[in-house]
Design a protein around this ligand. Structure first.
Ligand SMILES: *[C@@H]1O[C@H](CO)[C@@H](O)[C@H](O)[C@H]1NC(C)=O
Ligand SMILES: *[C@@H]1O[C@H](CO)[C@@H](O)[C@H](O)[C@H]1NC(C)=O
Ligand SMILES: *[C@@H]1O[C@H](CO)[C@@H](O)[C@H](O)[C@H]1NC(C)=O
Ligand SMILES: *[C@@H]1O[C@H](CO)[C@@H](O)[C@H](O)[C@H]1NC(C)=O
Length: 276
């Protein structure tokens, strides 16, 4: 999770406009797209700011890039040692993820810094504050991001980075702040929180919507199929942990495309779609 110095003002403006008209889902998506870097890297960031107002603060938030599975999941044929990238082991950022973030950083540069239109073209410590959750993959995503944003030929040799031939070409280090994951209640949805546990285990699990969805024949058939196919314990795969199969399969299909269908013939397109 990264913050950049620019406006809370924007929120006020949109709240004001919304008082007259409740936007449809499509309108919200279109409005959101206008503000996201993905869809408008080259679009003027001032678009959407009303006359007489000036953009002074921007607070973008994004997730990590492509990673390996976070743990061994039911049916997984691989072990932790098979995951070598990003420092090795479970849940690390892959080189694909690093590249994704590098490109995102390039887009941020185009949108906010090119020509000094909002941020300076060089890393200025007082203009930008970056915060990441305390996970290797998010910290390295942030580093990759700022490499794409500020490590460029226009960075000043000997000032922005050392004038030293072995230093990675034009690499400008940018500080990334973090908070211990147990106490990071801003960025980490898994931070320690008794209230969240209560809401999830007592309120959500006992809610008719959850119970009905969990008890649906289609849900139970899918879980039973997965339990059988992976040879798991009767209660080994449930509605709460099936996401691990989804995430693990996604990672293995990306990183072992040649072996994937041989390893998991039972993970057909239909099963994949049900799991997702
Ligand atoms: C970060 O990497 C270290 C070393 O591989 C590992 O022990 C640790 O579990 C990782 N932690 C997180 C939160 O990614
Ligand atoms: C920066 O200057 C040093 C010393 O002159 C030189 O060795 C290095 O290649 C330069 N780096 C870049 C990216 O130009
Ligand atoms: C359980 O899996 C085995 C293969 O491991 C398969 O032959 C059998 O048909 C499956 N049973 C059900 C009910 O899906
Ligand atoms: C993937 O399959 C190929 C042969 O098709 C094999 O040589 C290779 O070792 C397999 N990779 C893994 C990680 O098992």
């Amino acid at each position: 999770v990264i913050k950049m110095r620019l406006p809370a003002l924007l929120l006020l403006i949109f709240t004001g406009a919304a008082a007259f008209h409740i936007p449809s889902h499509e309108e919200k998506v279109a409005a959101w797209n206008k503000l996201t870097v993905f869809n408008c890297a080259t679009q003027d960031f001032n678009e959407g700011v009303i006359d007489g107002y000036k953009l002074i603060f921007v607070n973008p938030i994004w997730r990590h890039g492509d990673r390996g599975p976070t743990e061994k999941y039911a049916g997984d044929v691989l072990d932790e040692d098979d995951w070598d990238f990003g420092g090795g082991g479970y849940g690390e950022l892959s080189p694909i993820g690093m590249e994704q973030h590098f490109h995102l950083g390039e887009m941020m540069f185009e949108r906010y810094a090119e020509g000094g239109k909002f941020l300076s073209e060089r890393y200025r410590a007082k203009e930008i504050y970056a915060r990441s959750t305390d996970r290797n993959r998010t910290l390295i995503s942030a580093m990759s991001n700022f490499a794409g944003m500020y490590s460029r030929a226009t960075a000043v040799n000997g000032t922005d980075y050392p004038a030293f031939s072995s230093w990675p070409v034009s690499f400008v280090p940018v500080s990334i702040h973090t908070e211990d994951q147990h106490h990071d209640h801003v960025g980490d949805p898994d931070a320690d929180c008794a209230r969240q546990d209560d809401l999830w285990y007592k309120l959500a699990h006992e809610h008719p919507e959850y119970i009905n969805y969990n008890n649906k024949p289609r849900t139970q058939q899918t879980l039973d199929y997965l339990i059988n196919a992976t040879g798991s314990d009767k209660n080994g795969i449930n509605f709460d942990n099936v996401y691990l199969i989804r995430g693990g399969m996604l990672a293995e299909s990306i990183h072992f495309p040649d072996n994937f269908s041989t390893w998991y013939p039972w993970y057909s397109a239909d099963v994949k779609q049900r799991v997702e």
